[in-house]
Design a protein around this ligand. Structure first.
Ligand code: NAD
Length: 483
């Protein structure tokens, strides 16, 4: 044990955690660092047998864990949060190596990961007396679901993974984390770091390839899937989970509109708008993906954004002052190149950027930040989720029409309104069809607020008290007094 009571951690080797033990597998995976295209260290390639053993361990562990008092489980979460925070710098380096994001943003994500444990630990769900008279009392309470699986994407492997672990454990479930095959390192280490504070089997992690997700969603011993990822995969998860009536929470893709009103100061909002579109190289489910700017300020806002975007440094996340790291992995890079080709071939007007290029060393999945000037509403860059540092700006003149255009999407994850006019802001915000609506900001999330999508952006919510309840079964107890 180190002097602060937190055990030292070896950051050079990576293991599954099954029933409290660190395990390797016969075959391994070697995901690439997207900045250098060098192989990161080997990670386990889990099999059906690994899944079966983890599920059996989880089932046994959960029966005892659900009996541990809520306050004790909350204290354990706080200790895990402390241990994650104590290893923040090394964990952040893992995130930069696996995902490419600049180290300063990886550190922010790690801090958010520790915060998830500390803040979610403060939730309680008291029993609710819904009806009471001398003869009859009716109480609603919340009980654990059982064995859960958290399926995590590659864009925010820590913030999203810990955002599943903390509420699952608080509510008395056991959970198995399945990270993305592209970003397993931070998840494997966080689950390892948490082990000394937990009974074996309560929190486990399995790394693997594309075949692992379906093995988990099909498994009869699993009671709940919390999935974050693309809408297409979310639908496959729901189909698969339906066979055993697993509970599902789906946090899926988005195509967030921002509506910029005529009274804004272009020099002030331009850089902010571009930042919320380009953070994490645009690979955020709630990045601004369609920017509707009032025609009276369109040229000025676009110019302010272009000037700002041209100052942003693209490069390896370990270099100083880099704002945009690479696209996080090869398949996503191919999708982004294909989108750029579509932009070129359909002759859309590029205000800045427009190239996918390796860096000076000839390696890395780098794309220059790109703004597309007023493309048609049905172009791919407007209609699809790009998940890239590329976004369109569009003109509007009529408020009702821009609200219609903003809502004209299968997605409904986030949306924002930018204006100093509070009445207009609230009027527009109340009409937007999205799970998360911001005024004069975007993508500002907290583990204390419910987060979820409307329409094809998801089912259910995570975080906030609603999210915590999503890890529970609702139980009503009807108590008739004896005469
Ligand atoms: P993805 O759907 O390809 O993969 C997500 C996870 O699902 C990975 O762990 C993957 O290995 C696993 N998986 C793949 N096929 C599976 C299957 N058949 N069954 C079960 N699991 C399977 O998504 P991605 O490319 O990793 O992430 C990008 C997408 O995630 C974007 O669409 C983005 O908008 C979305 N996203 C949503 C949120 C949100 O909270 N709503 C947050 C982050 C990302």
């Amino acid at each position: 044990m180190a002097s602060n009571g937190i055990p030292p951690v070896d950051f050079s080797k990576f293991f599954n955690v099954i029933d409290g033990k660190l395990e390797s597998t016969e075959k391994t995976l070697r995901p690439l660092n997207p900045s250098t295209l060098e192989e990161n260290p080997p990670v386990p390639l889990s099999t059906q047998q690994d899944v079966d053993r983890a599920v059996a361990a989880a089932k046994k562990a959960q029966e005892a864990w659900r009996e541990v008092p809520w306050a004790e489980r909350a204290d354990i979460l706080r200790k895990i949060g402390d241990a994650v925070a104590a290893n923040l710098d090394e964990l952040a380096k893992l995130v930069t190596k696996e995902n490419g994001k600049p180290l300063m943003f990886a550190k922010i994500e790690m801090a958010a990961g520790a915060d998830n444990f500390h803040k979610i630990a403060n939730f309680t769900i008291p029993e609710n007396v819904v009806d009471a008279d001398p003869e009859h009392t009716v109480i609603t309470r919340y009980t654990p679901i059982g064995v859960a699986v958290g399926i995590v994407p590659w864009n925010f492997p820590v913030a999203l993974g810990t955002g599943k672990i903390a509420p699952a454990l608080l509510t008395g479930n056991a959970i198995i984390i399945k990270p993305s095959p592209f970003t397993p390192y931070s998840a494997l280490k966080i689950v390892e770091i948490a082990q000394p504070f937990l009974p074996p089997g309560v929190l486990q992690v399995l790394s693997g390839d594309d075949s692992l997700g379906p093995i988990l969603t099909e498994h009869e011993g699993i009671d709940k899937i919390s999935f974050t990822g693309s809408t297409a995969t979310g639908k496959a998860v729901m189909r698969s989970a339906s066979k055993t009536l697993k509970r599902v929470t789906l946090e899926l893709g988005g195509n967030d509109p921002a509506i910029v009103c005529p009274d804004v100061d272009p020099a002030e909002v331009g850089p902010k708008l571009a930042t919320f579109a380009l953070l994490n190289s645009g690979q955020i489910c709630v990045a601004i993906k369609r920017m509707y700017i009032h025609e009276s300020v369109y040229d000025a806002v676009l110019k302010a954004m272009v000037d700002y975007v041209n100052t942003l440094k693209v490069g390896d996340g370990f270099e100083e002052n880099v704002f945009l790291g690479p696209i996080a992995n090869g398949p996503q890079f191919e999708r982004v190149k294909n989108l750029l080709e579509d932009i070129q071939s359909t002759k859309l007007k590029i205000a800045t950027g427009g190239t996918a290029a390796h860096n000076g060393s000839g390696k890395g999945y780098f794309v220059t930040p790109t703004i597309i000037d007023n493309p048609p509403e049905d172009s791919r860059i407007v209609a699809d989720e790009p998940f890239a540092p590329i976004f369109p700006t569009l003109k509007w003149s009529d408020e009702a029409d821009v609200i219609r255009r903003a809502n004209d999407s299968i997605y409904g994850l986030g949306a924002s309104v930018w204006t100093n006019d509070t009445t207009q802001a609230k009027r527009i915000a109340s009409k937007l069809q999205a799970g998360n609506v911001w005024i004069n900001e975007h993508a500002n999330l907290s583990p204390t607020s419910a987060f979820g999508g409307h329409k094809h952006s998801g089912i259910g919510t995570e975080w906030g008290i609603e999210g915590v309840k999503g890890w529970c079964n609702t139980q009503t107890i009807y108590h008739k007094a004896r005469p």
